[in-house]
Design a protein around this ligand. Structure first.
Ligand SMILES: Nc1nc2c(ncn2[C@@H]2O[C@H](COP(=O)(O)OP(=O)(O)OP(=O)(O)O)[C@@H](O)[C@H]2O)c(=O)[nH]1
Ligand SMILES: [Mg+2]
Length: 683
């Protein structure tokens, strides 16, 4: 016994703190920093001065909006914690962090509504193979028993949730905990280390039962322990500890610790569990497939542009070591020179001269380096360990500075923000001449906007991006167009007869001619096509025209006065008059939408689809996602703009969607008028 775990890992560790929104992650980090002496005392999140949520944006919304790094020391060992935001809109922050951390502390609470959010996180950890401890927070206000809570949370986790502590209650108030592995009681003291105590006699039976259940779970991976349990032999404590470590590191179980982060209770036990049981960078290297050897490998977890303008790439040193001014290779073979190595404590940094394998540090001025990249000392660089693939954006707005003079400044600032947040996309829409920013929800983009206006001091205006309406016709018309001008010397003459005809949806534009006998010479036929195409950029309703065919059937020319220009003009004239008589109609883009939602909200989601002029194509269980459904529908793009807001509010923030263009559909009546008023000719 006691061989599987191979003892405690003493190297520096990187611990991601994740969990559903408002479960107490920031509070827990603050408590950890206070307990380990990195900060003098624990500040409540409401004070707005925690190490994590110091930005005005986080404060304004009382939620974390980005990953925050804090390195501290516990019993002589270095631990870097990364407090990740809980909201799904900012969840991409955690991706590059989770990839290169050793363990995750999942902060959860006894709240049924947050189960789907917890499930999302647990799945992410499963996908990445990150071992985890679950910290069941807010036991001070928990009404249900811990074991009932775990039953409720178990479906979120592939690995069994293994209860390591049970609460100690007095008059229904939690006053401490009993550690089932140590078989000791701890009486909580606010903001201080708990006091060790004997397990009260009244609680002994409960403790034994819970302990037995813990041992049973461990015995699933330990035959010897199984035998001992069957023969009712008390297993040696060391063996139990070894099993706990080994199973945690292998991801075979998720140990559960309890506490009240707000009062600093349960924090020390959590730190000790991390100290004893967490894997270190060696396991993380294996997980990421870092080749053996003595090269330095560094994985970038976050990019920050600090207030004084310096760029920091917060990184995990996976192997080897780095010194200030060292050069590393990017995967594309380029080099980047480190200018400053820093230990992070929220927004504060302190300078270091070097960093070694396991350390999580900020590297200064790596201009070409981006979040998620792998740097290496191996000549020419190494294959990236990670490919960051942000999900499809679900919300967008068009942005412009309030003052024109800020245009260049704004685009530079947005570039910086996009570098800090790889889940942000920026594109220029040529059609509408808009700068469109897309992201993962309304709050996500609101924060970007606040950063532009606050940190960067650029007042901006935002509005919903233009919908790419088109127009077409419903009737065939024949039309003559004559352009004739006699002004002084050279005149202008062009004369065409065209037939304008609707085409089936999706055909685009076709041009043909049935000119015989050279009544319109070849070069001018080309001019007619040019004129028609030019006209089609904006039809009678003010939108690009699609799905029409134009045939040039007749016309005449003048040997001296005809010209390319004159025939273009004649064609445009014919189009202008002809199109108006073709019964023009607006077309709007309709998308195919795939919504993923927890099953309990499926009926609500289905109900809102027709309200947004959508058509339900079907719904089904989401493959491989117990408790979730997929709803498929078609929906006009105009209705999808703010769809995410409604989806999120119907599902405690977790539903999402993907969409792709499906077809164009006619739009008439009031909605067509509105579209024309805002986007088209009438505007
Ligand atoms: N009763 C109780 N409340 C707590 C505890 N820990 C945190 N809270 C409260 O829960 C709320 C959210 O706390 P945060 O620490 O900001 O939660 P978070 O998980 O960091 O939230 P996001 O980063 O926005 O996802 C705050 O009002 C805290 O005061 C606890 O142990 N007990
Ligand atoms: Mg937080």
């Amino acid at each position: 016994m006691g061989t599987r775990a191979g003892g405690r890992r003493t190297g520096p560790k990187c611990i991601a703190i994740v969990g559903p929104f408002a479960s107490g992650k920031t509070t827990l980090l603050e408590a950890i920093l206070a307990r380990t002496g990195a900060i003098p005392r624990q500040n409540p999140v409401s004070s707005g001065s925690t190490v994590s949520d110091h930005s005005p944006e986080a404060r304004a919304h009382a939620m974390s909006v980005e990953a925050t790094f804090a390195t501290t020391e516990f019993m002589g060992e270095q631990l870097t914690f990364v407090d990740c935001p809980g909201s799904i809109e900012f969840s991409f922050e955690a991706e590059p962090v989770l990839a290169a951390c050793d363990i995750a502390v999942v902060v959860a609470e006894a709240d049924e509504k947050k189960i789907p959010a917890l499930q999302l996180i647990m799945r992410k950890l499963d996908d990445l193979g990150v071992p985890r401890i679950l910290f069941l927070n807010k036991v001070d206000k928990a009404i249900a028993g811990v074991r009932d809570t775990l039953k409720m949370l178990q479906p979120t986790s592939a690995a069994p949730l293994l209860l390591r502590q049970i609460p100690l209650r007095k008059d229904n108030v939690v006053i401490g905990s009993i550690d089932l592995a140590l078989e000791r009681a701890y009486i909580y003291r606010e903001y201080a280390e708990s006091q060790v105590a004997e397990i009260p006699t009244d609680d002994k039976a409960r403790e034994l039962e819970a302990r037995f259940s813990m041992l049973e779970t461990l015995a699933d991976h330990d035959d010897q322990l199984m035998e001992q349990l069957l023969e009712e032999i008390e297993p040696p404590k060391d063996a139990v500890f070894d099993d706990l470590s080994a199973d945690l590191r292998a991801g075979a179980v998720t140990p559960v610790l309890i506490g009240t982060a707000e009062k600093g209770n349960g924090v020390l036990r959590l730190l000790k569990a991390i100290r004893h049981d967490a894997p270190d960078v060696e396991a993380t290297r294996k997980r990421l497939g870092v080749p053996d050897g003595n090269q330095t490998v560094v994985q970038v977890m976050k990019t920050i542009h600090t207030a004084h303008g310096g760029k920091l790439s917060v990184s995990r040193v996976l192997s080897g070591q780095i010194a200030d001014a060292a050069e590393l290779y990017l995967s594309n073979g380029e080099t980047a020179k480190i200018s400053g190595i820093y230990k992070m404590l929220g927004k504060d940094q302190s300078k270091l001269v070097a960093a070694k394998a396991g350390d999580t540090v900020a590297l200064g001025k790596l201009d070409e380096v981006k979040t998620g990249q792998t740097l290496s000392s191996a000549k020419g660089g190494m294959k990236p360990l990670l490919t960051l693939a942000p999900p499809q954006p679900v919300f967008a707005f068009a942005l412009r500075p309030k003052e024109r003079k800020d245009e260049v400044k704004m685009s530079a600032a947005i570039q910086r923000l996009a570098e800090e947040d790889p889940s942000l996309t920026l594109r220029h829409n040529q059609d509408s001449a808009e700068t469109v920013l897309s992201g993962h929800g309304e709050m996500h983009l609101r924060v970007v906007r606040e950063r532009l206006e606050g940190k960067n001091q650029i007042p901006v205006e935002g509005h919903a991006p233009a919908v790419p309406y088109r127009e077409t016709i419903r009737k065939t018309v024949q039309q003559r167009g004559r352009h004739k001008k006699q002004s002084g010397g050279h005149g202008q003459f062009g004369d065409v007869v065209i037939e304008i005809k609707p085409l089936p949806r999706g055909s685009g534009f076709q041009f043909s001619d049935t000119i015989t006998g050279g009544v319109v010479p070849k070069t001018y036929i080309q001019s007619v096509e040019t004129g028609v195409r030019d006209y089609l950029k904006s039809g009678p309703l003010g939108f690009p025209v699609v799905d029409v065919a134009v045939n040039l059937s007749d016309g005449s020319y003048h040997a001296v006065d005809s010209s390319d220009m004159a025939f273009q003009m004649a064609a445009k004239l014919a189009m202008k008059e002809g199109m108006a008589a073709c019964s023009p109609v607006l077309l709007e883009p309709v998308m195919k939408v795939e919504i993923v939602t927890p099953s309990e909200a499926t009926s609500k989601i289905i109900a809102l689809i027709p309200q947004r002029r959508g058509q339900i194509l079907g719904y089904d269980a989401r493959p491989d996602w117990p408790g979730w459904d997929v709803v498929e529908a078609t929906m006009p793009q105009a209705e999808i703009g703010d769809l995410i807001i409604e989806l999120r509010s119907a599902t405690a923030g977790v539903a999402s969607y993907r969409c792709a263009f499906d077809h164009m559909a006619e739009l008439t009546g009031r909605l067509a008028d509105e579209a024309m008023n805002t986007n088209g000719k009438a505007a």
